[in-house]
Design a protein around this ligand. Structure first.
Ligand code: BMA
Length: 324
């Protein structure tokens, strides 16, 4: 795979990473993949925390909660807010947050004894979660649109059809629901082959943001190179996760108006490419539209920390429309 470069419209926050294990008052090895929303005049974040690494695996995963006055500096609450304690569900992870009509929803992945499931939960305080729906396996990387479209709730998702598509040829789909419980009327939105720099799989990243030109949604796009050997803590890690961006029709969000044909954010900084558990990972999970025309993109870096990058909304639209 050729050398990939981060798009010039991206500026990494100089204070990266914005959250790491050192910030947590409870056991943590990896603090990453976070949902972020405006909250009570500031910002709230839920994030994935993997803990208890013994050289081979982790003892567990929980979801942590943090607050910030500016979205840059974060204070972590004393205890995690969610952890699976169930015979069937092994863990919850990769939370994404969306506010719809003043209600807060968290999409999450759930590893269960019988497959990977995508879930949606409602919360009023970010501490108590009512699970509304869990997909059939295998599905994850769900994100909700922040408003109903044509009277229906909308989500992007990433089913994993191993049997029919071959290993890891996974695409982005959209489904709709009248009540956030029953989902259907699904469409293919974007396929791996739409992204020349990906040869493996793609998936939704951040819940979409409304713009004048369409819904902007940051996604991940993966290239795999089996010659990549030891990277990070594992013996072998052959994938690279770049962030990319797509622009979807405002009224028919399964229609892609445009998308990046070059990556948006390539793991290059030391905390993305060199340090941590799985090097070469930039995994976007949240986007905020700021009042000054900037879009903030929060992403997991190296599956180890939470990082932040910004771009002008108009530059992201142009990138999608031109492809580069
Ligand atoms: C995906 C998920 C994410 C993770 C990413 C990179 O398949 O497991 O949680 O950040 O891989 O390792």
């Amino acid at each position: 795979m050729e050398t990939l470069r981060t798009h010039p419209c991206i500026a990494r926050y100089p204070g990266n990473p914005i959250l790491s294990r050192e910030d947590l008052p409870y056991p943590s090895d990896l603090t990453f993949n976070a949902g972020v929303i405006p909250w009570q005049g500031g910002y709230a974040m839920v994030f994935r925390n993997d803990y208890g690494y013994d050289g081979r695996g982790f003892k567990g995963t929980n979801i942590g909660l943090a607050f910030s006055p500016d979205g840059l500096h974060w204070h972590v609450e004393p205890e995690p807010v969610l952890e699976a304690r169930d015979e069937e569900v092994l863990r919850f992870y990769d939370p994404r947050l969306t506010v719809i009509d003043d209600d807060i929803y968290m999409c999450f992945a759930a590893d269960t004894k019988h497959g990977l499931r995508g879930g949606i939960a409602r919360t009023y305080d970010l501490r108590h979660f009512e699970v509304l729906s869990l997909s059939v396996p295998d599905n994850r990387n769900m994100v909700l649109f922040p408003e109903k479209i044509g009277g229906m709730y909308m989500r992007l998702e990433r089913p994993m059809p191993v049997y029919s598509r071959g290993r890891d040829r996974f695409d982005i789909w959209q489904s709709e629901s009248p009540d956030l419980i029953h989902w259907g009327n699904s469409h293919l939105v974007a396929a791996v082959e739409d992204f020349p720099f990906a040869n493996d799989k793609i998936g939704p990243g951040a819940p979409p943001v409304r713009t004048r030109a369409g819904w902007l949604a940051a996604c991940h796009a993966v290239d795999r190179d089996d010659s990549r050997g030891k990277n990070g803590w594992e013996e072998k890690w052959t994938k690279r996760y770049c962030a990319t961006i797509v622009l979807l029709d405002l009224d028919e969000p399964w229609k892609m108006i445009g998308h990046g044909r070059v990556p948006l954010l390539v793991p290059e900084a030391p905390y993305e490419a060199e340090q941590g558990f799985r090097t070469q990972v930039a995994f976007p999970t949240a986007m905020l539209r700021m009042s000054d025309g900037a879009i903030r993109i929060y992403y997991g870096a190296a599956d180890t920390v939470v990082a932040l990058a910004t771009a002008r909304e108009e530059d992201l639209i142009e990138l999608c429309l031109k492809g580069e």
